[in-house]
Structure formats: structure tokens, C-alpha cells
Design a protein around this ligand. Structure first.
Ligand SMILES: Cc1ncc(COP(=O)(O)O)c(C=O)c1O
Length: 415
């Protein structure tokens, strides 16, 4: 049984002032008090379920839960929540920007960023066809921000063709929308967690800066990109004007995202967040676990990336049975694959069917990514879960009619 040491309030100094220095001191004491708590925590859900649908499924760790309990709070609409102020200050510094602003969700952060960057009518943004903003955000860009999205092809590595970018930038011509910003997603989720490198950002900037076009980064998983490249996270944003930083994906905070940018941008974003009902009161209970997430979780992302490679390598053994996978595309915590002669939906359904045959008595949950099946690694996923997934995939594939020949059965009786 997990024993959770609790911090007694009487042991903590009373929180009397809202200065960043005071809250930093308090946090040091809290950090020492929770250091003995496990960073990771096994999921509370059914152990017979291996849930690989997303890293958004991560539960907050014990340290995060303890931080919520002990968070110094205030009214953030008066900018008096010390935990929020500390988080914003920490994230702005970490990403090399002047200021930061906390949001409940990445979707709201993306929307507000677009509303601020495109603050006049007839504005346009260049955006990847496979970006989260285009696919999964209810068209908020057009319907709420009144911005014209101009679609760019996403290349296989998640980047854009720079000639296409240059040809699609539009100036101040009376008949056409004016390009105000370009959106980059790092890591690129839909394509499989691809990492957008600083070298690409530099080239992009050399084009956009000639036209006053701002670079926006949806960094829901930007820490995965930094960990994969082994570079400080700020290096990824050197050529970006504004970014959204996610803390509720692989970093496992329960919710939250922060916009980072210039002080002027953040001042404007603050007003638009309020307009949308995003002004929060004692938001320290969101900020406190986010601070723990930034302290403790990046080190664990490396393990998720290793697990993704492990899963991909083992799935590649099923290629003779009709599984398609691009090993080079596995850069962070996601694995994409397809199965010949089987739709994505059907593969997902079969993997989620409980069975006590070769695959054992458990189910595997996977994500329907349109043309591919997606499996996402996160800190709840163990090497054993990966073995179960591969065993189950092998059983599903061997049972397909076209694999049900004695030769193939014998040849690939590998699980
Ligand atoms: C790339 C990307 N951007 C933005 C979001 C939205 O984040 P949130 O769920 O916090 O609104 C997600 C969510 O999965 C995402 O994958």
C-alpha cells in the first residue's frame, strides 16, 4: 500500500506576502517535504487495460497532489496568486521569453494567441493541414477568432516546404487577407510526435521576418522535443515570437498550458483570456502541480521515448504478417502503424477485445488517428505493457484469414 506522508500546515511558515521571493522560499520547504514521495504512481484504473490512446491520460503524481494540497493561493484576477505568479515567471525564464500566462487548456491558449496575433479583420494565418488547431479545435480559428486559415502541407517530418510558405505569404493587398502569423506544432502530434528542429525554425524565420509574419508554436509536447534533442527547451523557441507550453500531456499535470511571449503580447493575451471567461481565481491549485511537473517529469520523458522505440522495434517483427511501420518516424513518445487488409477502426476494435487466447486476459486501447493507429507512451506504461501490446497485435494479425496459412503460422509463431 502506498503511504502518503502529509505536510502539516503547522510545520510550514505562514504565507504572508505575495512576493516571488517568499513563494520561492515556501516552495523549497515544500519540495523538501515531498521529496520522499514517489515521482511516479501506478494508475488507479484496471490493471487489465493497457491504455495507449494518449499521454493526456496521465494521472497527477503523489508529489503533484501534495503540492495542490499545500499551494499558497490568491485571486489571480488581481494577479495575487503567488503559485500562479511563480509558475508564470518560471516558464517565461525556462523558454527565454519576457512573460507567460496560465490557461486552463491548450485549446484556449491557442485560440487566445490567434486572437492577439491577428487582431485586425482580414487577418490570415498559415497553418499545417495536420495541426491540432485545424483538426481538433472545432474550427475556433475561423469561428471565434475570425481568422482565415491558409493551409500548408505538412511534410512527413512535420515541417513545411519553405518555398510553399514563401509563396503563400500575402501582404496588404485590398482583395486578399493579410498573413499575420504562421503556426508550427512541436512535437507534431498527428504525424506521430515528430520533432521540429531549431535549424528548421531558423530557416522559417529568415522568410517570415521579411514580411513581419509572427511565428507561433503550439508546444503541447515541446518538452518531449527538447528531451529528444537533448537541448534546453528555450533553444526550440529562439526563432518563435509566441508559444503555448503544455503541462498536462506527458508531464502529467492534471491540466494547464501557458502562453509565452513579449510583455506586450502577454498583456493583450490577459485581456482576451478574460473576455473568453478564462480569468481564474485561486488558480494556484493548477499552478502548483504544474511546477512539480516541470521539476520532476522531463527526466521521465526519456523513458517514454525509449518505450516508443521498444514498441516500434517489436512491432516491426510483425511486418511479414502485414503490419506497416516507419521506424525512423519514431522520435518521441508516439508510434503509428497500419495493418494491410484491416481498417484502422477494425484493428483498434480487435485490440480492445478481451481475450484469453495467445494475447492473455487484457485489452489494449489505441487511438484512431485517421489513416493510422496511434500508440502513445506515458509514465504509466511499463515494458510489460509493451510486451502485452505486441503479443496481442501478433495474435490479432495471425488470426487474419490471409495469415492463416500453415507456412506463415509456423514461420511467425514468434510470440
Ligand atoms: C498538439 C496539441 N495542441 C493542443 C492540444 C490541446 O490541449 P488541451 O487538451 O490542454 O486543450 C492538444 C491536446 O491533446 C494537442 O495534442
Amino acid at each position: 500500500m502506498l503511504v502518503v506522508p502529509s505536510i502539516r500546515y503547522s510545520q510550514l511558515p505562514r504565507f504572508q506576502c505575495s512576493s516571488l521571493q517568499a513563494v520561492r522560499q515556501l516552495r523549497q520547504l515544500q519540495k523538501a517535504a515531498v521529496a520522499s514521495l514517489p515521482t511516479t504512481l501506478h494508475r488507479f484504473s484496471d490493471p487489465d487495460v493497457v491504455d495507449l490512446r494518449s499521454d493526456t491520460l496521465t494521472h497527477p503524481t503523489m508529489q503533484m497532489r501534495q503540492a495542490i494540497l499545500n499551494a499558497p493561493v490568491g485571486d489571480d484576477c488581481y494577479k495575487e496568486d503567488p503559485s500562479v505568479n511563480l509558475l508564470q515567471d518560471t516558464v517565461a525564464k525556462l523558454f527565454g521569453k519576457e512573460a507567460a500566462l496560465l490557461f486552463p487548456t491548450g485549446v484556449m491558449a491557442n485560440l487566445v494567441a490567434m486572437m492577439v496575433l491577428c487582431d485586425s479583420r482580414t487577418s490570415e494565418v498559415l497553418i499545417g493541414e495536420f495541426s491540432h488547431q485545424m483538426i481538433y479545435e472545432n474550427g475556433g480559428l475561423a469561428t471565434l477568432a475570425n481568422v482565415n486559415p491558409r493551409i500548408l502541407r505538412n511534410l512527413a517530418d512535420g515541417t513545411f516546404d519553405l518555398e510553399e510558405v514563401a509563396s503563400k505569404i500575402r501582404g496588404n493587398y485590398a482583395y486578399e487577407p493579410t498573413t499575420k502569423a504562421i503556426c508550427v506544432e512541436n512535437t507534431q502530434n498527428y504525424i506521430g510526435g515528430r520533432v521540429i528542429r531549431p535549424s528548421f525554425m531558423k530557416k522559417l524565420h529568415s522568410i517570415t521576418s521579411q514580411h513581419g509574419v509572427k511565428i507561433y508554436v503550439d508546444g503541447a509536447r515541446i518538452m518531449n522535443a527538447a528531451v529528444a534533442l537533448g537541448i534546453p527547451p528555450g533553444d526550440l523557441l529562439e526563432y518563435a515570437d509566441v508559444a503555448a507550453i503544455g503541462v498536462a500531456k506527458g508531464l502529467a499535470a492534471p491540466l494547464g498550458a501557458l502562453l509565452v511571449g513579449s510583455t506586450e503580447f502577454i498583456t493583450n493575451a490577459y485581456k482576451i483570456r478574460k473576455l473568453l471567461g478564462g480569468g481564474m481565481r485561486q488558480a494556484g491549485i493548477i499552478a502548483a502541480p504544474a511546477l512539480v511537473a516541470l521539476d520532476t517529469m522531463p527526466a521521465l520523458l526519456q523513458r517514454d521515448h525509449k518505450h516508443a522505440k521498444m514498441l516500434a522495434t517489436k512491432l516491426a517483427e510483425l511486418v511479414p504478417l502485414g503490419l506497416n511501420i516507419d521506424m525512423d518516424a519514431v522520435e518521441t513518445n508516439m508510434v503509428m502503424f497500419t495493418v494491410e487488409g484491416l481498417s484502422v477502426k477494425e484493428m483498434i476494435r480487435l485490440m480492445a477485445e478481451p481475450t484469453d487466447k495467445d494475447g492473455g486476459q487484457y485489452i489494449i486501447k489505441l487511438f484512431d488517428n485517421g489513416n493510422t493507429v496511434r500508440a502513445v507512451m506515458h509514465y504509466h506504461i511499463s515494458a510489460e505493457d509493451i510486451n502485452k501490446t505486441v503479443a496481442k497485435a501478433g495474435a490479432v494479425l495471425r488470426n487474419l484469414p490471409h495469415n492463416n496459412t500453415p507456412e506463415l503460422q509456423q514461420q511467425h509463431d514468434i510470440m
